[in-house]
Write a protein that binds this ligand. Structure first.
Ligand code: FMN
Length: 297
């Protein structure tokens, strides 16, 4: 069993002509030179790739757009590798477990970057982490990692309360100096709000959450399908070299606005301390909010 592809696949030379024209215009307006040739669309992981992984023996291999079949997963595990995979629905979490993975990541709808979706469920039918996490925890025996919208000790503690064994955090690190993003990107993240992001497949060829900007709207308005992933991404990603925050893809999640400008190690230390304090405190009711012991007047 293998579900590596979202339905949007195809010949990168034959599909997405409108998107290609729109991206060409962006390249030309930025003076970025000639566009790179489109690459082939992705398929199942090649055998050579698996061999390299099995011999390099990283501690963890994480699958994002679907998990490989049981034989491949078993080969990786036999090499001492912990196999992890993302799921955006309960059914996907069950498929990850059936494939023999060690850990499943519950990726809530809040998450920045690409949806790990591999069963074709539309994003409008996918759950936020608060709903998804306990449902996945109940559906599988595997340890569950919570992902999506987590940026502070409050949300880490909440994830643990909902049954997570660990959390995966992306967007909260975008303002760290270690994050490999242009300064203009970092600046937009600093100014983001709760309503800044959207999910669409039209910018990279697969559904992903990002901060809406001019490039987002330009590609959203192109008629017809984009080029298949990763061809479309190969062409849109390098636009960030021009340094214009309105003409680059700004992958980020709904809690990007909570990202702090701190070195990554300091952020990790702060998150650990906040989580410990929050869990020790128990009730997270804010001062001034309605509490069971002080009903509103
Ligand atoms: C800029 C960015 C790049 C990402 N790249 C990857 C990636 O290459 N592989 C992957 O498995 N997940 C990737 N993710 C998704 C994260 O694994 C995770 O699902 C997400 O960041 C969690 O939500 P959060 O961004 O709200 O913390 C990326 C996320 C962001 C924000």
């Amino acid at each position: 069993m293998s579900y590596p592809l979202w339905p949007h696949t195809g010949d990168p030379f034959r599909t997405g002509a409108g998107a290609r024209r729109a991206i060409t215009a962006e390249w030309e307006s930025k003076g970025l030179g000639s566009r790179p040739r489109p690459s082939a669309s992705i398929g199942a992981l090649p055998a050579e790739h698996i061999e390299v992984l099995a011999s390099a023996r990283p501690d963890v291999v994480s699958f994002h757009f679907g998990i490989e079949n049981r034989a491949v997963v078993a080969e990786l595990k036999a090499a001492g590798i912990t196999v992890v995979a993302s799921a955006t629905t309960v059914e996907e979490a069950r498929l990850v477990e059936l494939a023999g993975a060690d850990v499943v990541i519950a990726q809530g709808l809040e998450a920045g970057g690409h949806r790990g979706t591999f069963t074709g469920v539309d994003a409008s039918g996918q759950a936020g982490l608060f709903s998804l996490l306990p449902q996945i925890v109940d559906a599988v025996e595997l340890p569950v990692v919570a992902a999506g919208g987590i940026a502070e000790g409050r949300s880490i503690a909440a994830a643990f309360m909902l049954g997570a064994s660990a959390v995966q955090i992306g967007s909260a690190f975008l303002r760290c100096p270690e994050a490999n993003v242009p300064e203009a990107y970092r600046q937009v993240v600093a100014e983001a709000t709760d309503t800044s992001t959207r999910i669409s497949h039209k910018q990279s060829g697969r559904p992903a959450r990002m901060i809406r900007n001019r490039l987002f709207d330009v590609l959203e308005e192109v008629e017809g399908a984009p080029q298949p992933f990763p061809t479309q991404l190969d062409l849109t990603d390098p636009l960030e070299d021009a340094g214009d925050a309105d003409a680059m893809l700004l992958f980020a999640g709904q809690s990007a606005c909570l990202a702090r400008s701190l070195p990554a190690a300091d952020l990790i230390a702060a998150l650990a301390q906040e989580t410990t304090e929050r869990l020790a405190q128990g009730s997270p009711i804010r001062r001034g909010s309605i509490s069971p012991t002080s009903p509103p007047e």
